[in-house]
Ligand binder design. Structure first.
Ligand SMILES: [Fe+2]
Length: 207
């Protein structure tokens, strides 16, 4: 008997027994099954793009996704751990940027799926793929927090410019649009908002 046939027969007999014992509402837990689609592959969807183009775009978007999940989580870390006289404004600003990055995460992941690919999702997998330096678990000073964020933004911006150009050349307008209209614009604006905190201006008395 083939594996597939055996599974069907087993499931049928389980269901019959369950119904017979008036236990049809019993949960069937601890289930595992086959992988429907491996990570790093694409299925063909009728979206007017060649499979090779979708594969290349999905790979690029997954890199931006890994880095976007990482900067999103770094914003939350800093939101919790920020200290000093600018605590309140940075506490709020870091959380605002976290929310905006969280929206980008969903946009990127769903773009990968729409191309027929598989979006990276779990923290351990993200940690293996991101290009952003891992910060320590402990609390750091504000200028260090902001420096880390600026560096992370620049990694995302550099790769997004490169991938947007490649998507444009291969005719993947949707990917180019997500990268330019959403990723690049949002990251540039966030760089401005946090970067201004590293300008060393007098607070009370002018120079
Ligand atoms: Fe909070």
């Amino acid at each position: 008997m083939s594996k597939a046939t055996k599974k069907t027969t087993d499931t049928k007999s389980k269901k019959t027994t369950a119904n017979h014992n008036n236990e049809s509402a019993e949960l069937i837990t601890n289930q595992r099954g086959q992988i429907l689609q491996e990570y790093g592959t694409v299925i063909r969807l009728p979206i007017g793009l060649e499979r090779a183009v979708c594969l290349k775009s999905a790979e690029a978007l997954n890199q931006v996704l890994a880095d976007t999940i990482t900067i999103r989580d770094m914003y939350k870390k800093h939101h919790w751990q920020v200290a000093g006289p600018t605590f309140y404004q940075l506490h709020l600003l870091f959380d605002k940027h976290y929310e905006e990055q969280n929206e980008l995460v969903d946009l990127l992941a769903e773009r990968v799926q729409r191309l027929g690919g598989i979006a990276l999702a779990m923290a351990a997998d993200v940690a293996e793929e991101t290009k952003i330096e891992r910060p320590p678990r402990g609390r750091e000073e504000v200028p260090v927090q902001i420096s880390r964020l600026l560096e992370a933004h620049e990694i995302i911006l550099k790769e997004s410019h490169k991938y947007a150009d490649e998507a444009d050349k291969s005719g993947d307008d949707g990917t180019n649009d997500v990268l330019v209209s959403n990723i690049i614009r949002t990251n540039e604006r966030q760089v401005w908002f946090i970067g201004e905190h590293l300008v060393d201006v007098p607070i009370v008395e002018a120079d």
